[in-house]
Design a binder for this molecule. Structure first.
Ligand SMILES: Nc1nc2c(ncn2[C@@H]2O[C@H](COP(=O)(O)OP(=O)(O)OP(=O)(O)O)[C@@H](O)[C@H]2O)c(=O)[nH]1
Ligand SMILES: [Mg+2]
Length: 230
């Protein structure tokens, strides 16, 4: 197996759709998933570079593994479900600290998945009945997390990392809304991140021995493009 030049890690609560996003991008389809155990990776050729994309388990019991997967990461994709405010809160409360082991110039993307389940209507939510369909919209429920909430989280991350807004990509560019089910903006998400990761890979290579986890010793089971480790 080729050695990866850089690493991208997906983090987020269970059930938000991390595995489904990766399947959609790598295998071009939406399929039934089982809750991830430990972590699994895909390798993606991007220009002259091999990028490993790590899917992690959102379940609390695997939490301890998260920072190991993030070690040396060039990008972290923090994923939530646009229909669950709690899943956005979990990113700050439970997952952000895991990224301390990532590369110093790690890029952060925040992704709200499952937009196909909700309507993005202009009218404000009915606080008493958030599950209610909004007048003027179809029978879908109204989205629980606004893009602005994700943008606010991105700014908090910059503070946590002590980064200056002018030194990093703009929040509006790094907050995405996707649907693994329909494929909406999934390619755009991954390809935007890969383009941003290339300069980090170049720097990591120039600085000498890679900080990324060497996965060449793992024996992927059956599948050709991916492997897993629990
Ligand atoms: N409607 C809809 N359902 C989705 C979407 N993405 C994932 N799902 C469903 O949400 C459930 C969880 O998806 P997974 O991809 O397994 O979630 P995960 O984040 O990998 O969960 P863990 O592995 O437990 O951390 C599955 O039933 C998926 O079919 C989406 O974009 N739209
Ligand atoms: Mg999963």
């Amino acid at each position: 197996m080729k050695k990866p030049d850089g690493k991208v890690v997906l983090l987020g609560d269970m059930n938000v759709g991390k595995t489904s996003l990766l399947h959609r991008y790598m295998e071009r389809r939406f399929q039934d998933t089982v809750s991830t155990v430990g972590g699994a990776f895909y390798l993606k050729q991007w220009g002259p570079y091999n990028i490993s994309i790590w899917d992690t388990a959102g379940r609390e019991q695997f939490h301890g593994l998260g920072s190991m997967y993030c070690r040396g990461a060039a990008a972290v994709i923090l994923t939530y479900d646009v229909n669950s405010l709690q899943s956005l809160a979990e990113l700050e409360d439970r997952f952000l600290a895991l990224t301390d082991s990532a590369s110093a110039d790690c890029i952060f993307a925040i992704v709200g998945n499952k937009v196909d389940l909700s309507d993005d209507c202009a009218s404000p939510p009915d606080e008493n009945r958030p599950e209610k369909a909004v007048a003027g919209c179809s029978s879908k429920v109204q989205k629980q997390v606004r893009l602005e909430d994700a943008i606010a989280l991105y700014k908090k991350i910059l503070k946590y990392k002590m980064l200056d807004e002018k030194d990093v990509p703009a929040a509006e560019k790094m907050c995405f809304e996707t649907s693994a089910k329909t494929g909406y903006k999934v390619d755009y998400l991954f390809e935007t991140v890969f383009d941003m990761v290339v300069p980090i890979i170049v720097r990591q290579k120039a600085e000498g021995p890679s900080q990324t986890v060497d996965i060449t010793d793992y024996k992927p089971a059956k599948r050709t493009k991916s492997g897993c480790c629990a």
